[in-house]
Design a protein. Sequence first.
Length: 166
Amino acid sequence: MRDLREDAALITAEEIAELLEGGWRERRAATWLVAVSGRTEFRERLGELLLAGEVCCVGVAYSVALAGFGTERDADLLAAYLDRYLRRPDLGYDQAVVMGAFQYVDLNLGGGRADRFRQPEGLWQRWLQDAPHMRGRPDPTPHFLSVMRRLCAWVEECGEGEDGRR
């Protein structure tokens, strides 16, 4: 944790921007550093990258960073992803983890935003029914909401310095 905190404090905005243009490994590393350091100036870029779905293995990091920021705008960015990719049951991307992140932010902001996805005929329910890899499986939202809570707590702990501040 100490090393991650130190690296997050040392890396420049330019270096993060450059890493976000790389492959999945670079993007994932940059996103964790953004999350730990609370660099909200990268919010829009992370939202763009999440929505683009260009590379694998980064969706969890994007989701944790946005969930950790936890504002209305972060909820909007996560919802934009859900609006696009819940309509694509043929794609098993990061729908479940993003739904967990969205619900995490929604609960922290006071609730109600997730209702439009989770209602009986909502996009989430249809995706669960239509996605071949989800058929017959239980709703993974409680699992991913729990994972998001733990990861956001871990990021918060990583981001705190010896004096308890970010």
